[in-house]
Design a protein around this ligand. Sequence first.
Ligand SMILES: [Zn+2]
Length: 113
Amino acid sequence: MEYAYCWRVDETLPMLDEQEWDEIAPYLENTVDKIKKYIAEHQCDIATARANCNPEAVEKFFQLTGYQNITYDVIFYLRRSSYGPLCNNCGKLFRMPKAKFCVGCGQTIEENA
Ligand SMILES: [Zn+2]
């Protein structure tokens, strides 16, 4: 696990490596069913249900990272391999594994090598 800037959330958050991702992946299944069930039980909107419908996954994320203030819907964005290398100019991750330049500062992959 490393901390890195998450483009989707606009915050620096723990990024799970592949071993950690394998541990949490079973908790990320059947999301649609969990959201539907949560809405039925709590009479809330979809956004609230997406964030809160799976406390077991949030607890697992805490066990893996020590980070407490995560919501379920955000965990899906925090797989390190979904991003490219760390930009050595601005410190953010390249937005995708095959990105040719850093969206944060424009540094090219060649300049970053
Ligand atoms: Zn950059």
